[in-house]
Design a protein around this ligand. Structure first.
Ligand SMILES: NC(=O)c1ccc[n+]([C@@H]2O[C@H](COP(=O)([O-])OP(=O)(O)OC[C@H]3O[C@@H](n4cnc5c(N)ncnc54)[C@H](O)[C@@H]3O)[C@@H](O)[C@H]2O)c1
Ligand SMILES: [Zn+2]
Length: 370
């Protein structure tokens, strides 16, 4: 006898949220949350560098508004994006009396955002969280879209969840204290947006290199806003990365392998810059993209002070690619431009399989140009 019981569960959820972008927003968060609450208590999670820069200030703001809040920090750096740290943070949250009615505020760069978002998704089976990104990379990319996770000894972001924040507050003035190398590194994601879907952003970047490098307020606001609009649109279209969202990973297939080879010492954005040169060359060699536009992309990266080359052996790089999630059915998946502002697709699919032999050949060619 087999009895079949059917548990019908079709969930329709509204995960919409607002992304606010503006100078001076940090100091307005407590009053905004008092007016439009997301929880009845806020646990600010940050890293050891940002605690003193902005964490105490935000906590003080909550005190002044009479809103319950606490501040928890962990050591800065990618090494903290681990399951051990998840356990540590859960313990801290419990001791601070954070419950199901509370919300987490992720105040920091991508490491804080990914880790705190993941903790929020599992703490008491999930509590709401808010992103307050403090690096250029997190302001234009990682704070939006709900990808959360931690690394393991086997690789980056291998454990994680899709868990959308309830609000994102982007205050570009926080970038004033960002070290130069981190700032420049974040610019590679902005160039990426230009190449993958916004030719006018690409043109703007080309015409405003010096202003952007000086962190001119108006120019920064322009590129952050433009990047957020692109990220938002792509996530709205394909939240679970079934197809189109993959274009956000332009340059990232080689970048992740390079990061792995560097023992994660090399900043993500620098690896992405080198990765865009490599992926772009693959696009040129497969006949999708013109060599002139490829060179134009590389010139822009160079003008921002981003690297185009990195030391690696072709064999090591290919081996490292096999650890990445971008291998499907033995083929290495790339997303490739067809012109600045537009990505190539085959039968409507943006992830394009490349054979190991082709890739090896293209990598050898690119090494020969260095
Ligand atoms: N979830 C996503 O969609 C997504 C997308 C891209 C990258 N990421 C992840 O993001 C992480 C990298 O993020 P990141 O580049 O922001 O690095 P990060 O969070 O490690 O920050 C870099 C360094 O800058 C310091 N810092 C941050 N803000 C500062 C400020 N305003 N002033 C001075 N110092 C400041 C930090 O303490 C840290 O030492 C990676 O783990 C990557 O996997 C996630
Ligand atoms: Zn990236």
């Amino acid at each position: 006898m087999v009895e079949r019981l059917h548990l019908a569960l079709k969930e329709v959820v509204d995960e919409s949220y607002d992304i606010l972008v503006g100078y001076g927003l940090l100091d307005r968060i407590p009053s905004d949350l008092k007016e439009n609450p997301i929880g009845n208590k806020y646990a600010i999670i940050t890293d050891s560098s940002i605690r003193g820069l902005y964490g105490e200030r935000l906590l003080e703001g909550f005190r002044e508004e009479g809103v319950s809040a606490c501040l928890i920090d962990f050591p800065a750096g990618e090494g903290s994006k681990s399951l051990d740290m998840v356990g540590y943070l859960v313990g801290r949250l419990l001791r601070e009396g954070v419950d199901r009615k509370s919300a987490i505020i992720a105040l920091g760069g991508g490491v804080v955002g990914d880790l705190s978002g993941f903790v929020a998704s599992v703490y008491m089976r999930g509590i709401p969280y808010i992103q307050v990104p403090t690096t250029l990379l997190s302001q234009v990319d990682s704070s939006i879209g709900g990808k959360t996770g931690v690394d393991t000894v086997d690789g980056k972001n291998l454990i994680g969840s899709f868990y959308q924040p309830k609000r994102v507050y982007i205050d570009p003035s926080l970038l004033e204290s960002l070290p130069e190398r981190e700032f420049i590194s974040g610019l590679s994601e902005v160039v990426k947006y230009g190449v993958i879907c916004d030719r006018s952003l690409f043109d703007y970047l080309e015409s405003n290199v010096e202003r952007i490098k000086r962190r001119d307020r108006e120019a920064l606001f322009h590129i952050i806003r433009a990047s957020c609009i692109i990220k938002k649109r792509i996530v709205e279209e394909d939240p679970r990365e079934e197809n189109k969202r993959a274009i956000l990973n332009y340059g990232h297939t080689p970048a992740h392998a390079l990061e792995r080879l560097s023992g994660y010492k090399c900043p993500h954005g620098e690896a992405v810059s080198v990765g865009m040169r490599i992926s772009g060359w693959v696009a040129v060699r497969l006949g999708f993209w013109s060599v002139d536009e490829w060179a134009r992309q590389n010139r822009l990266l160079e003008m921002f002070g981003l690297p185009l080359k990195m030391e690696f052996s072709v064999d090591d790089l290919i081996r490292a690619l096999y650890y990445d999630k971008k291998i499907e059915g033995g083929k290495i998946m790339f997303v490739l431009p067809r012109r600045i502002g537009e990505m190539a697709s085959i039968n409507g699919r943006y992830k394009i399989p490349i054979s190991e032999d082709d890739l090896r050949r293209f990598l050898v060619e690119i090494r020969g140009m260095d």
